[in-house]
Design a protein around this ligand. Structure first.
Ligand SMILES: Nc1ncnc2c1ncn2[C@@H]1O[C@H](COP(=O)(O)OP(=O)(O)O)[C@@H](O)[C@H]1O
Ligand SMILES: [Mg+2]
Length: 258
């Protein structure tokens, strides 16, 4: 097979437990001179395939900055980022874009769906960018929507869906490419408690049943309680990094598992 089609298929499988992400001494400076702001002051973080990590910490502590670097949406000012052993900071723009498309899925607080565009078309979009044919796109998007509990809602536009449903469409869009890693920055920030718990159940299922590594930013302890590892940021540094001995279990409301 030539190289071109290989670039359009899903990422090769990543074995559970394999080192996936390694940050070493990562710093990030925004701006220059008098207005320069040191948002990350030297982050060391290793994440293995199959983990479910919650990144917590106060507003302004560098969580989103770290997520943008982890998601290859931004580059460190200094330090190293290794993804499956590849030095991300030295990849060309094209290779970086390919890494993002093949391995990473993104979910944001504000859903970021195209308005006046059906759920089905929103979910198909990453496959359009990847050059998939229409039949394969339709089938993959329908499957992704079913896996987030939205079978039958394919033709609804975001305005016709609740906030929780919109976020589930966004999650379907993130997983339609079968990424190794799902990066979610405050995915429940715009949702009430019940919808938030549904989204967390969904993320946990993607992690445990589909083997997707999940990195999620949240400032809500009830949502972080679903994760198996808790990383706390304070003032641009990792303040603590601990396992969660009792993640919220399926079928129990948040809080009852602890
Ligand atoms: N694009 C940017 N330009 C300048 N400063 C920024 C930018 N993004 C974030 N910052 C600053 O960097 C620090 C960390 O921000 P951020 O990573 O968004 O924190 P968090 O997600 O934990 O709330 C904050 O002081 C914020 O104001
Ligand atoms: Mg943030």
């Amino acid at each position: 097979m030539s190289d071109a089609p290989a670039l359009t298929r899903a990422a090769p499988p990543v074995a559970v437990g394999q080192p996936l992400i390694r940050l070493r001494g990562v710093t990030k400076v925004y701006g220059t001179g008098e207005v320069a702001l040191l948002a990350l002051k030297g982050i060391d973080l290793t994440i293995a395939a199959g983990e479910f990590v919650a990144i917590m910490g106060p507003s302004g502590s560098g969580k989103s900055t770290a997520m943008n670097i982890l998601g290859c949406l931004d580059t460190p000012t200094a330090g190293q980022y290794l993804f499956l052993g590849a030095h991300v900071e030295s990849l060309s723009r094209d290779r970086l874009a390919r890494l993002r498309r093949r391995y990473l899925g993104f979910v944001f607080q504000g859903f970021n769906l195209l308005a006046r565009t059906s759920a089905q078309e929103n979910v198909e979009l990453p496959l359009v960018y990847r050059g998939e044919g229409a039949a394969a796109r339709h089938a993959a998007a329908a499957k992704a929507l079913r896996s987030v509990g939205l079978g039958g809602w394919e033709h609804h536009t975001p305005a016709e869906l609740s906030g929780g449903q919109q976020q589930r469409v966004a999650i379907a869009r993130a997983i339609v490419t079968e990424p190794a890693v799902l990066l979610a920055d405050e995915p429940t920030g715009n949702l009430d408690t019940r919808r938030s718990q549904e989204i967390m159940d969904l993320l946990r299922g993607l992690n445990t049943d589909h083997g997707i590594t999940v990195l999620m930013v949240t400032h809500e302890p009830d949502m972080a309680a679903y994760a198996r590892r808790l990383v706390h940021f304070i003032d641009g540094r990792i303040d603590s990094d601990v396992l969660n001995p009792h993640p919220v279990e399926p079928g129990l409301p948040a809080g009852q598992a602890r």
